[in-house]
Design a protein around this ligand. Structure first.
Ligand SMILES: Cc1ncc(COP(=O)(O)O)c(C=O)c1O
Length: 302
């Protein structure tokens, strides 16, 4: 689709992509307060489907609540607007990004008392996420995950991603693809925009909620593992545990199971390992609409 044909849903109307702008003086831009969500859209015979968009919507409302902000739409209105945006952009496979923000100009006022503006984008899967078909190289990032007493880490707000940017850049500068952040107590937290999993002696492990974003992909990996009989534990993981794990992978909306083939200077010879492979296979079936057990995860956009 040519760029001039792309449409953005903006406060109730579909407008041309180029017109979806905010003022530099806006609170969202100058303070980094925009809330957002991104979820995947897959093709299916009747209509494109959204992967667990109900959980993403719920998280958007939770983000607003955690940060004392108010959305101007109801859940139902937003769901309808998403369908409209996907249709208007003829999106079959890709991503929906929802950005709720204080577009209000705000120089001195740190706490605007107005409802959030709302925008919805539907972008094709061709956006540049790099090559996600190969195992990645990951490392410890030198930056620590924001402490949950500094900001509610359960919210997904733009400003938090300075922390994510620093961690990712640190990894790039050392020749890695992703950096895993520890929390301020030294336990494994998460990647810049991904949850972290390890396998040890047949048990799948991931850090508990409370210090990380409640990721939909993380939840989905845990749900799938439980259904297919992989033992799972959510527990504090020490940094050194990553150095002796049998398998490691990260998980996010773009790639639900992304094997780590090298962690720091250690090569994991079988990446993806057997448990990762099992999960990848089930997820392929799920997103292809072929696994009845998880059909309700694919929400028709019609
Ligand atoms: C900090 C952080 N952790 C984890 C994730 C993965 O979460 P989800 O699967 O809900 O996209 C994201 C996604 O953007 C993220 O920003």
């Amino acid at each position: 689709m040519m760029s001039e044909e792309r449409k953005v849903w903006f406060n109730g109307k579909l407008i041309p992509w180029e017109k979806a702008t905010v003022h530099i003086f806006s609170h969202a831009f100058s303070r980094g307060s925009a809330l957002f969500e991104v979820f995947a859209v897959f093709p299916s015979p009747a209509a494109p489907v959204a992967f667990r968009s109900d959980l993403h919507m719920q998280r958007l409302w939770n983000s607003a609540k955690f940060l004392g902000m108010e959305l101007a739409q109801t859940r139902e209105e937003l769901e309808k607007a998403v369908v409209k945006t996907v249709k208007a952009n003829r999106l079959n496979q890709g991503y929906v990004k929802i950005v709720a923000f204080w577009g209000i100009e705000s120089f001195a006022n740190l706490v605007p008392d107005v409802k959030l503006d709302m925008s919805i984008f539907a972008v094709p899967a061709t956006v540049d996420y790099g090559d996600v078909s190969k195992p990645i190289r990951a490392c410890f990032a030198k930056w620590r995950k924001i402490h949950p007493e500094s900001m509610p880490v359960e919210a997904k707000a733009a400003g938090y991603y300075i922390n994510a940017m620093l961690a990712r850049r640190d990894a790039y500068q050392r020749g890695f693809d992703q950096g895993i952040m520890l929390d301020t107590q030294g336990f494994v937290a998460e990647g810049s925009v991904e949850a972290v999993f390890m396998v040890k002696d047949g048990v799948l492990m991931t850090p508990p909620l409370g210090r990380i974003l409640p990721s939909v992909s993380r939840q989905s990996v845990l749900d799938v593992a439980r259904v297919i009989g992989i033992p799972v534990v959510e527990k504090a993981i020490k940094a050194e545990d990553l150095m002796t794990a049998d398998e490691l992978f990260t998980s996010c909306t773009v790639v639900r199971v992304l094997p780590i083939g090298q962690f720091e200077n250690r090569k994991l010879d079988k990446a993806p390992g057997p448990i990762s492979r099992q999960l990848i296979k089930v997820f392929d079936e799920i997103i292809g609409g072929r696994d009845e057990r998880f059909k309700q995860w694919l929400i028709p956009l019609r």
